[in-house]
Design a protein around this ligand. Structure first.
Ligand SMILES: NC(=O)c1ccc[n+]([C@@H]2O[C@H](COP(=O)([O-])OP(=O)(O)OC[C@H]3O[C@@H](n4cnc5c(N)ncnc54)[C@H](OP(=O)(O)O)[C@@H]3O)[C@@H](O)[C@H]2O)c1
Length: 287
């Protein structure tokens, strides 16, 4: 990865921090984003300690704010001449129904829509940097969204269940990746999604998946893998020559994997893309 620049969203914790560390060790210049600048600087120091001499930078990014996303994308274009890899890693589970700054349900707004806006703002930069890669951290949890997305209620206004919203947001990550790959075919920019494994990170703890979710996470913790192991597939997709031209695929354990059948519905992927374009163009700005 010598000479390559990688942008990792949510690079201050968990899988994102381990991904940044691993790629810095491979010689990449790593730009991590954090919504809390202090956490970002602490994480950057950790990466520098693990990869002495590595170039590590921090950018502010709150994916629940379009203004923050636009500032971050502008800053990337100003600072980074060649953006070789974008890793859409940040994610959350949210107990309460809450709105983003622009009026979207937060799980959908952060996990899908925020990354949708960031990527579309950076796509010309990626194309100009080709060969380049987009890596999307989805989850096996997409399998839980058995009936697909509810296009009549993408914001869960009728019924909000934290895990359902999370599962659907992860299905949206796979749809987004497949449609992005289709749109970027022949440009030298690839897009692949992945499941990192069940990782002992902060996701779903602190009660943000609800009390039942927190209990399940504590009980299941002995079976969880470390963030370092959880970062392997992200690092593989960002760096391996073996996947330099692979695009539109879903990976687990550094190998192509079969997503749920519902995730291969490319008409739904296209519909989500078109709706997402409309939503970012005219946000409700509630709350
Ligand atoms: N852990 C698992 O078992 C598992 C399994 C499958 C998939 N995943 C996926 O892996 C990815 C990383 O999760 P993790 O397990 O590493 O969880 P984590 O330790 O909670 O890290 C999540 C990261 O996302 C950031 N983030 C949350 N909300 C944000 C916002 N509004 N704007 C910008 N950044 C935000 C967090 O920042 P703060 O530190 O400020 O909160 C943190 O850096 C997620 O996409 C998750 O869905 C995880």
């Amino acid at each position: 990865m010598d000479g390559a620049t990688v942008l990792v969203t949510g690079g201050n914790a968990g899988v994102g921090l381990a991904t940044a560390r691993g790629l810095a060790r491979l010689g990449a210049r790593v730009v991590i984003t954090a919504r809390d600048p202090a956490k970002g600087e602490t994480a950057a120091d950790e990466v520098r300690a693990a990869a002495p001499g590595a170039a590590v930078e921090v950018l502010d990014l709150d994916l629940a704010s379009f203004a923050s996303i636009r500032r971050c994308a502008d800053e990337v274009q100003r600072r980074v001449e060649h953006l070789d890899v974008l890793i859409n890693n940040a994610g959350l589970v949210q107990t309460q129904y809450r709105l983003t700054e622009n009026g979207f349900e937060t799980t959908f707004g952060v996990n899908h829509l925020g990354h949708f806006l960031l990527t579309t703002l950076l796509v010309d930069h990626l194309r100009a940097s080709a060969p380049a890669r987009v890596v999307v951290v989805a989850s096996r949890a997409h399998q839980g969204a058995r009936d697909g997305l509810d296009f009549d209620d993408l914001q869960s206004e009728r019924l909000y269940r934290p895990i359902t919203a999370y599962n659907r947001s992860k299905l949206a990550n796979i749809y987004f990746t497949r449609e992005l790959a289709r749109r970027l075919a022949g440009t030298g920019v690839t897009a692949n999604s992945l499941h990192p494994g069940f990782v002992a990170s902060r996701l779903g703890r602190d009660g943000d998946g609800g009390t039942a979710g927190a209990v399940v996470m504590v009980l299941a913790r002995p079976f969880a893998i470390s963030p370092t192991r959880g970062a392997r597939t992200s690092i593989y997709l960002a760096s391996s020559p073996a996947v330099a031209t692979t695009t539109g695929e879903y990976f687990a354990h550094c190998r192509p994997a079969k997503p749920a059948r519902i995730a291969t519905d490319d008409a739904a992927a296209r519909r989500l893309w078109e709706l997402s374009e409309a939503l970012v163009a005219a946000p409700p700005d509630r709350g």
